[in-house]
Design a protein around this ligand. Structure first.
Ligand SMILES: Nc1ncnc2c1ncn2[C@@H]1O[C@H](COP(=O)(O)OP(=O)(O)OP(=O)(O)O)[C@@H](O)[C@H]1O
Ligand SMILES: [Mg+2]
Length: 332
C-alpha cells in the first residue's frame, strides 16, 4: 500500500509570555494509506487542528517531516494543493450568496468546469436548496456546503475537521454513505470527529492523538483487538463500593474506567487476580465478564491523562507512547 499522507516527528510549540511554552505537537507521527477513510481522534486541545493546519501550510512547524502523495511539504505544497480538498474548523461563507453562487465563484477561481457545481451539490444533498441565501441555512446545511466546496476540485485527498458537526442523525448517515462512496472511487478521506461510534462505523483505520503525540494507530479492528485483550467488566454486590474497588485495582496497576454501575478493567491477565484483590478489601464481585471493547472505551483509556484544555502541560508521556507504539500497527 502507498501512503497518501505521512507525518514523522512533527513538533509545534506555542510560546506566550503569560503561559510559557505549550507543546501543541510533540513528535507526532501519522500515516494514511491510499483509498482509506481514516479517523483522526483526540480530546479537545490534543493537536488535531494544529496538525491539519500545519499540513495545509497554514502553520509553520518547529520540526518534523510531512508528505502528501509522496511529495515533501511544505516545499511541494503548490504542486499538491490542487489534489487536496480540506475544511479545517468552520469555514465562513458570504451570507448573502446562495450555495450555488458560492460554489460557482470557487469553481471559477479554481478554473474548474461549471457543471462540477451541480455535481457536488447533488453529492452532498443540497441541490434542492442551492438557490437560497447561505444566511438562511441551518448549521447542517452550512456543513454540507463546506464539504461541497472541499469536493469541488475532485481531490485525491479530502481532509475534514469535524464534518458531522451540526448534522442530524439522518445527515450523519448520509455523510457516512458519501465518505464510503468517495473512498470506493479512490479518494482518500481523513476526518476528525468526537463521535466515536460514527468513526467506528465509517473508518477503515484511525490515529489517536493525545497531548500532541500518537498513542494508537492502525486498522480499526486491530486497534480494538489490541485493547480488547484483558478487558473485563466487574460488578459488585454493592454499587456504592465501586470507588473503593477502583482505587484498590488502580493501586495494583490495573487500568480502570468507572461506569455508573460497573467497572471496566483492561490489561488483566488473570481474572482470578481481580476477585482476590477485591476480596482482600472485603469487596465481593457479582459479575466478572470478559468484554469486547468499542472505540470509545479505547479512546477514553488512551487519552485519560489529557489535561483540561488550556492548562499548562509538562507531563512526561514517554512511557505511555512506548506502550502505545505497540498497539495497532500497519503490518508490512
Ligand atoms: N495560536 C495558538 N496560540 C497558542 N496556543 C495554541 C494556538 N493554537 C492552538 N493552541 C494550543 O495548541 C493545543 C492544540 O490545539 P488544537 O486546536 O490543535 O486542538 P484540537 O485537537 O483541534 O482540539 P479540538 O478537539 O478542541 O478541536 C491546545 O492546547 C491549544 O490551546
Ligand atoms: Mg480542532
Amino acid at each position: 500500500m502507498s501512503a497518501v499522507l505521512e507525518i514523522e516527528g512533527l513538533r509545534k510549540t506555542y510560546r506566550s509570555r503569560k503561559r510559557g511554552v505549550r507543546r501543541a505537537l510533540d513528535g507526532f507521527d501519522m500515516r494514511v494509506e491510499a483509498g482509506q477513510v481514516h479517523g483522526f481522534l483526540g480530546p479537545n486541545g490534543s493537536g488535531k487542528t494544529t496538525t491539519l493546519r500545519t499540513l495545509l501550510g497554514l502553520i509553520r512547524p518547529n520540526s518534523g517531516r510531512m508528505a502528501i502523495l509522496g511529495q515533501e511539504l511544505p516545499h511541494a505544497l503548490p504542486a499538491v494543493a490542487g489534489q487536496v480538498g480540506a475544511i479545517v474548523e468552520s469555514p465562513q461563507f458570504f451570507p448573502h450568496f446562495s450555495a450555488r453562487d458560492t460554489l460557482g465563484l470557487l469553481a471559477q477561481a479554481g478554473e474548474l468546469p461549471k457543471q462540477r457545481v451541480d455535481e457536488v451539490l447533488e453529492l452532498v444533498g443540497l441541490r434542492d436548496r442551492a438557490g437560497e441565501r447561505v444566511k438562511t441555512y441551518s448549521l447542517g446545511m452550512k456543513q454540507r456546503l463546506a464539504v461541497a466546496s472541499a469536493l469541488l476540485k475532485n481531490p485525491k485527498l479530502l481532509i475534514l475537521d469535524e464534518p458531522a458537526n451540526g448534522l442530524d442523525p439522518g445527515g450523519i448517515r448520509e455523510m457516512r454513505g458519501l465518505m464510503r462512496e468517495l473512498s470506493e472511487n479512490g479518494m482518500t478521506v481523513v476526518l476528525s470527529s468526537h463521535i466515536l461510534g460514527e468513526i467506528q462505523l465509517i473508518c477503515d483505520s484511525v490515529t489517536i492523538i493525545s497531548l500532541g503525540r500518537r498513542v494508537a494507530f492502525g486498522p480499526v479492528e486491530q486497534v480494538l483487538a489490541a485493547h480488547s485483550q484483558g478487558s473485563v467488566r466487574v460488578r459488585l454486590e454493592a454499587v456504592g463500593d465501586l470507588p473503593q474497588a477502583a482505587d484498590a485495582l488502580t493501586r495494583a496497576g490495573v487500568r480502570v474506567t468507572t461506569e455508573p454501575d460497573h467497572l471496566l478493567l483492561s490489561g488483566v491477565d488473570k481474572p482470578a487476580t481481580v476477585s482476590r484483590l477485591l476480596a482482600e478489601q472485603g469487596l465481593y464481585v457479582s459479575e466478572l465478564t470478559p468484554v469486547a471493547v468499542d472505540l470509545e472505551s479505547v479512546f477514553l483509556e488512551l487519552t485519560a491523562t489529557a489535561p483540561v484544555p488550556g492548562q499548562h502541560r509538562q507531563v512526561d508521556q514517554s512511557a505511555k507512547v512506548d506502550q502505545a507504539g505497540t498497539t495497532g500497527g500497519w503490518g508490512a
